[in-house]
Write a protein that binds this ligand. Sequence first.
Ligand code: OOB
Length: 558
Amino acid sequence: MNQMVKHSSEGTVPWPAEDAERYRAEGYWEDRPLGAWVHEAAQRFPDRTAVVDGADGTRMSYAELVDRADAAAERLLGLGLRRDDRVLVVLPNGWQFVVLTLACFRAGIIPVMALPAHRRYELRFLGNLAEARAIVAADEIKGFDYQELADELRPEVPTLEWTLVSGVPREGNVGLEELLRPGEDPAGARARLDAAAPAGTDPALFLLSGGTTGLPKLITRTHNDYAYNIRACSAVAGLTEDSVYLVSMPVSHNFPLACPGVLGALFLGARVVTLPSPNPARAFPVIAQEAVTITAVVPAVAQKWIEHQEEHRTDQLGTLQVLQVGGSRMPDELARRVRPVLGCTLQQVFGMAEGLINMTRLDDPEEVVCTTQGRPVSPADEIRIVDALLEDLPDGTPGAILTRGPYTPRGYYAAPEANAKSFEEGGWYASGDIVERRPDGNLIVQGRDKDMINRGGEKVSAEEIESLVYQIPGLSIVAAVSMPDPVLGEKVCLYAQMAGEDPLTLEQVQEHLKKAGVAAYKIPEKVVVVDEIPTTKVGKIDKKALRADIAQRMSLQA
Ligand code: OOB
């Protein structure tokens, strides 16, 4: 069967040759694979600690990290995986994720960065789209059995041949910790992998798109573009070899992975500390013990941390210098509380897995830090703010943001229809965000023009939920919209107009989606049955009216 998997570069949209040439000439692309950057750090600092797993206490030096990664790379190839093969990664935060990802980079095997929250519905789709040959998951998390899930997936994703399991593998599955153990011949492994290293323009990993259209999409990030993404973000976040970076949000997200994230720390010889969750009662003591200097969270978590600190007045945050916050809009009032309460510098981050990263600068005035989402991290990032006819708008007028640059790919993987929707002529990516650019260049995210719900940084495509709910009999029209939530910012609310007499219930929807194998964060938390779903003049569902309606219903309840 493995002979049937034939990967072509067709699915990946390359940068035009003249842009690629310019990115090289200007030093953004260095034609060096991601693994080489970490090896270089390991050469400089072999004995420094690279990774601390805050959950199981594992500590690993740089020498050990690259040794394990190289040994694992050769073992993956030894299993039968080949360069360019895709591996579905569903791991929680921990040292295993770090070593495995690096092993993949070294072997030219492409990790598909799925989430532990994903279930059969998402993984089946992603596995088939990527033609994944292996899946890597924990044995179980909070009572959920990932090996059973993998067993269910195997017949549905015919390319899958191996299940790699962290923890206790069942018969037929490959033990991940065994695979990631150090090797016998580090220098030999290194030389062999170096000789067959992937090219800078080769795909390094697949990130998941935040979901604007119905189906999830994959974003090919190359070694060249991702290495530059990482380096540009490191510079703006002030990362150095002495930094200690804590990752407590799901590490397969672009933000904690590479902005500058875990990989930024490993490029420099800094220390990475992993935790499976950002719960402050757990995270704060770890920040103190490991002398964490920088971390990245979504606004909902920043709020929890601020509340926790206000209540407990801990002395655990003394080393924390920078709190990066992004993934959804941080309210200005919340931003203003970061420095006085947590005692560190706030860095707002407005980014996307598709590329473009904006950040406030560490020395920006408090006004900029608390009321804007910053500006591009690279001088080569191009930005336009346009109206509906794609005419450029003056500064101060909100419009749709278009972008292109050395780390913003020109298309999704194997998705010509989505590309036609999201990429404009000239290769400009339209993120669907409504943004105002101030005369000083800083951006303010004012809203969005995409059918997506941003649940505390996790993105939910309305269309995806609607098409699943339509499978329930008795419905005439359904519409998923965001409803305000004091902690998460938004949650998923479902409006329904019935064809028959019996009204749709929340339990019915939740049960249906759970049975369909949909990730829990996407499942609607409220259902509103109405006589008639409002439509616009051109006959489209009026989601704006629905969002206003649910906001009003909720304010009446409160
Ligand atoms: C990050 O990446 P994604 O791919 O999960 O989501 C991107 C979308 C943006 O298009 C925007 O709609 C929203 O998330 N977003 C923000 C925001 N940061 C992201 N909206 C308002 N304010 C912000 N600060 O979310 C992501 C990737 C890398 C770094 C940071 C975030």
